[in-house]
Design a protein around this ligand. Structure first.
Ligand code: MN
Length: 254
């Protein structure tokens, strides 16, 4: 039985995490290490300037006063021996698509797990109004997916999987690419009850028609979106700098 780590960015009390714990319980030795409170949109943030405190809240269940990536690091480097082979992050309340991936703590935790050497690392998200039935459905799908992906062939080394389940129960899976063209974000400016001005960063609205082979496109077509991501941030297209351009600076110094 593989050792499985569960984490999230919605916090240890989130219903999505409970759904995952319930659905994956029979697949292996399941551990949960999750933030003590909601830490959504903290990306790959690591806490370096203060000590972290861990509270044991149940058998193989730990709450950490830090970020999702802190939880993964503590699990791999201190709390769990041996380290987990499978890591599932979620089930997040709200989709993680397009540019969300850079901000998402759910996806950040899955990326960190891939970096730490998990053989299978998955981020699972669904719509923001998900509750009882839809979370159970997402949990069932997560169980199916982990079972399938734990068999051969495994995901490529250094990759991790981003899963989004649509608002309506899906009947189809689509392998997708990370999409784009979410809005550029919005800042609400107003005054608090004491008359002091505040700035509040709001959700990024969706803009444009998503191509069908993207995460947003699959969700629009009521398919479950599966995107295989990589830790490698290098530009994958063709781009060549102008000839001699890189030496110009040094030649001008002479
Ligand atoms: Mn979240």
């Amino acid at each position: 039985m593989p050792v499985i780590l569960l984490t999230n960015d919605d916090g240890i009390h989130a219903p999505g995490l409970h759904a995952l714990e319930k659905s994956l319980a029979d697949l292996g030795e399941v551990w949960t290490v999750a933030p003590d409170v909601e830490r959504s949109a903290c990306g790959r943030a690591v806490t370096l300037n203060r000590p972290l405190r861990v509270t044991k809240v149940g058998p193989r269940r730990f709450a950490v006063d830090g970020t999702p990536v802190d939880c993964v690091l503590l699990a791999f480097r201190s709390l769990m021996d041996p380290s987990p082979k499978i890591v599932v992050s979620g089930i997040n309340r709200g989709f993680n698509v397009g540019e969300d991936l850079d901000y998402s703590g759910t996806v950040g935790a899955a990326a960190e797990a891939a970096l730490q050497g998990a053989h299978l690392s998955v981020a699972v998200s669904t719509h923001s109004r998900a509750n009882g039935n839809s979370l159970d459905h997402a949990g069932d799908f997560s169980q199916y997916l982990v079972k399938k992906l734990w068999a051969e062939p495994r995901l490529p080394e250094g990759s991790y999987l981003n899963v989004n389940l649509p608002t309506k129960p899906a009947h189809k899976i689509r392998w997708t690419r990370q999409g784009n063209r979410l809005g550029r974000g919005r800042v609400v400016v107003d005054k608090d009850p004491r008359g002091k001005k505040f700035y509040w960063i709001a959700e990024r609205p969706e803009e444009g028609e998503p191509p069908p082979n993207t995460d947003r496109g699959a969700l629009k077509d009521e398919c479950i979106s599966l995107s295989l991501l990589t830790l490698d941030r290098n530009w994958q297209g063709n781009w060549t700098p102008p000839a001699h351009w890189d030496n110009g600076f040094f030649e001008e110094q002479v």
